[in-house]
Design a protein around this ligand. Structure first.
Ligand code: FAD
Length: 372
């Protein structure tokens, strides 16, 4: 029996879920608030792990295409001291495919493929348990019912309140992001500093990371501990004011490192919010969550990977039928909670060490994860 299924959100979680269902010939309505795929800049690069994101792509039949697009060399990682001294310079082996990088836009297009997304359909809330199923309210006033609504709508999920009263809280760490274009021709000195992958510099309660995307594009992340309203005297739309404020915050760091901020173009503020570690809920028939909507955690290379694997696993279980849909979702949630809880602990501890009063803690963590 084919159930009426909707997934809210066309990010890594929602699209992987829909793509795996599509592979099994199972229909799903993809409800996405953005008016189109290019409505917003897609964001930086993602590393997809062999046992997580790549496993999900395999389930979607997309692993070979991912391998052709992704950048194994992007796994390279250099760590500098604040005075510019190179402390670590890790290069992947040529055949290392453990965590290759892919631009978010490329991943989105890969997942989108033949999918028919209902763009511009923001969901405001869902009401489970009505006579005809789960009632979905759209932001234009329309309503529609489904047998299962999967909330894959990210950190500020509109579906989450149907299963859990919990909302994200601020970690005390914020990020200001900037970028450089055409780095190899316009900023060859910075291209050398960054190498093929990333460069990271750890200071007291702050860090600066520059990460290569495809096509000579680089994203720079300045991350620091600060109250949520640290910018109350600052106009965040004024790029020069933000630049000056960051340069003051990173005062005393080596000039080539600060050039990453000096030459960045626009600045985007992204305070880091998380859900509590091991967030679970009492199962609600007809509604579930995937990805950041279920377990928002510090951005340390796990979120999109988990989101995709969850999407693929739930889709496979549903397509396998013919069991009771609710039992299938319940079993999926139990499995998701265990794995996501483990990663939430790892990434929460990681953030404590990477943006910490003791920069040596960050280096020790790197040596633990990436022994030479
Ligand atoms: C700077 C940074 C770097 C990161 N790097 C990595 C990395 O290297 N590896 C990794 O695994 N993870 C990384 N992450 C985490 C990763 O980005 C997220 O975990 C991942 O995007 C979660 O996917 P998702 O599909 O659950 O949610 P999202 O990507 O947030 O997608 C949600 C989708 O839902 C849509 N939506 C929202 N509300 C509604 C609504 N009401 N109605 C309809 N649609 C709606 C949104 O428009 C969006 O398309 C990083 C995060 C950040 C901030």
């Amino acid at each position: 029996m084919r159930h009426r299924i909707a997934v809210v959100g066309g990010g890594p979680a929602g699209l992987t879920f829909a793509r795996v269902l599509h592979r099994h010939g199972y229909p799903v309505a993809i409800l996405e608030r953005d008016p189109g795929p290019d409505a917003r800049p897609p964001g930086g690069t993602l590393d997809l792990h062999e046992g997580l994101g790549q496993r999900a792509l395999d389930k979607a039949g997309l692993l070979a295409e991912f391998q052709a697009l992704s950048r194994p060399e992007g796994q390279a990682m250099r760590i500098l001291d604040t005075d510019g001294t190179v402390l670590r310079d890790w290069q992947p082996r040529p055949d290392d495919r453990a965590n290759p990088e892919i631009d978010r836009g490329q991943l989105r297009d890969l997942l989108l493929g033949p999918l028919d997304v209902r763009w511009g359909q923001g969901v405001t809330q869902v009401v489970p348990g009505t006579r005809d199923g789960v009632l979905v309210h759209f932001d234009d006033g329309r309503q529609e019912t489904f047998d299962l609504v999967v909330g894959a709508d990210g950190a500020w999920s509109r579906i989450r309140p149907a299963v859990s009263p919990v909302t994200p809280h601020y970690t005390g760490v914020t990020t200001v992001e900037t970028s450089l274009d055409d780095v190899d021709t316009r900023h060859p000195d910075l291209a050398r500093l960054i190498g093929d992958g990333s460069v990271a510099v750890y200071g007291v309660n702050r860090k600066l990371v520059a990460q290569r995307n495809s096509g000579g594009h680089v994203k720079v992340y300045a991350q620091f501990r600060a109250p949520l309203d640290w910018h109350s005297d600052l106009d965040l739309a004024d790029a020069e004011a933000v630049r000056a404020s960051l340069l003051a915050l990173f005062d005393g760091w080596a000039a080539p490192v600060l050039d990453l901020l000096q030459r960045g173009t626009a600045f985007v503020h992204r305070p880091l919010h998380v859900l509590p570690v091991s967030h679970t809920w009492t199962h609600v028939p007809g509604v579930t969550l995937l990805g950041d909507a279920a377990h928002l955690m510090p951005p340390l290379g796990a979120g999109a990977n988990l989101a995709m694997l969850e999407g693929a696993e739930l889709a496979e279980s549903i397509a396998a039928g013919p069991g009771d849909l609710d039992d299938t979702v319940r079993a999926f949630e139990e499995q998701m909670w265990v794995r996501a809880g483990r990663w939430a602990k790892i990434t929460t501890a990681g953030l404590e060490r990477l943006v910490s009063p003791d920069p040596a803690a960050a280096l020790a963590l790197f040596d633990q994860v990436q022994p030479s």
